[in-house]
Design a protein around this ligand. Structure first.
Ligand code: GDP
Length: 374
């Protein structure tokens, strides 16, 4: 079976609530169908077979041969004619699990991500060995993803998706696509991303790519330079390496950087302290008056851009949300807000208000002078 098909089946098993195996009724049962069915059998997820291209009565009858896959429901459908799809949909709905509220456990959601072998699972295990693990208070959770709540400094931190790290099966190994998708999902569900990099091997494109994804999703970001025990003190100082990391990750200047060793446990308590500090920054609220003072001063120092004689006019700014901190600028014309100026304002606001360790989300909305007056 080709790697791509195998990867698809594995992603389905890991991520789906109901799996629909689509087979070709015109072609009949193939060895590949059987191989995929084998993989799907191994999961506990409900599986249906959709025998597609069953365009006429004869083919619909022939579809019974797919019962040979050992999957209890086979629905003949014709996607070309639209027949059978209603039945298929009914069966899918019947099998959907009863969903619990997505974020049933409260706490700071942390995703520990990074390339293979940088030490993610070692760090998670070292943390779990040290901190109090809170027994999940969600009854009968059916999700595949296991979130592990721990307590640190009196706060609850939820390590997202450590199952993928802790119970790494043979299936998952070596399937790049699978782990990339899993990582991206973990980042999306997190408040704060801990990006683990290898202190010996240095930074690769994959590392910076993950940091970019965290930033684009407006997450908190902490870069943990791991395996620091292997770097001889005389060879490289933390100052030098911090500089190197800062330049490789120049596009996320807000990120916190620290040094860890899963072996000696150096830096691990600080890692959790940093996570909580970033959490506090993400939940900070800047009063509108203070924010506008800072914006006005920034504008006075560096005039907003203009285009074809039109000036960007920032009427006022206000923080509209926390986690992620979200700042809205109300302006005369949002198309005049160029990235360089937005970045300039961000830098000035950070000088003033910090927001250390977290991305800030900026939105620019149109407002007329009249509306402002009102
Ligand atoms: P993952 O693939 O990112 O989860 O990486 P692992 O946790 O499986 O670690 C990969 C290898 O690096 C294992 O052999 C670990 O024992 C080793 N390792 C992980 N963290 C450290 C560390 O801080 N120092 C040293 N010396 N070895 C480490």
């Amino acid at each position: 079976m080709s790697l791509a098909i195998r990867a698809q089946a594995e992603i389905a098993v890991a991520e789906a609530d109901v799996i629909v195996l689509v087979v070709d009724a015109r072609e009949g049962l193939t060895a590949e169908d059987e191989a995929i069915a084998q993989l799907l059998h191994a999961s506990s997820k409900p599986v249906l077979v959709a025998a597609n291209k069953a365009d006429n009565a004869e083919r619909r009858l022939d579809a019974v041969e797919f019962f040979g896959l050992g999957i209890e429901e086979v629905v003949p459908i014709s996607s070309a004619h639209g027949t059978g799809t209603g039945d298929l949909l009914d069966l899918i709905v019947e099998r959907l699990p009863v969903t619990e509220p997505e974020e049933a456990i409260q706490g700071v959601r942390v995703a520990i991500v990074g390339r293979p072998n940088v030490g993610k699972s070692s760090i998670v295990n070292a943390i779990l060995g040290q901190e109090r693990v809170v027994v999940s208070d969600v009854p009968g959770t059916t999700r595949d993803v296991i979130d592990t709540p721990i307590e640190h400094a009196g706060e609850r931190i939820i390590l997202i998706d450590t199952a993928g790290i802790r119970r790494r099966g043979r299936i998952e190994r070596g399937i790049e696509l699978y782990s990339v998708i899993r990582t991206m999902k973990a980042i999306e569900r997190a408040d704060i991303v801990v990006l683990v990099v290898d202190g010996v091997e240095g930074i690769t494109a994959q590392d910076t790519h993950l940091a970019g994804f965290a930033r684009d999703n407006h997450k908190g970001l902490c870069i943990a330079v791991n395996k620091w025990d292997l770097v001889p003190r005389a060879k490289q100082t933390t100052t030098e390496v911090t500089q190197m990391i800062r330049s490789a990750f120049a596009f996320v200047p807000f990120a916190s950087v620290l040094f860890t060793s899963a072996v000696t446990r150096r830096g691990l308590p600080q890692l959790l302290d940093t996570v909580l500090a970033i959490w506090a920054e993400r939940n900070k609220r800047i009063p509108t008056a203070k924010l506008n003072d800072a914006v006005e001063r920034a504008i006075a120092n560096h005039q907003p851009p203009s285009r074809r004689g039109r000036h960007l006019n920032i009427l006022y700014a206000t923080q509209v949300a926390v986690n992620p901190p979200t700042i809205a600028y109300f302006v005369n014309d949002p198309t005049l807000m160029v990235t360089t100026y937005e970045r300039y304002l961000e830098n000035r606001l950070r000088e003033e208000f910090g927001f250390q360790g977290t991305a800030i989300k900026f939105v620019t909305r149109a407002r007329s002078e009249k509306e402002r007056a009102e």
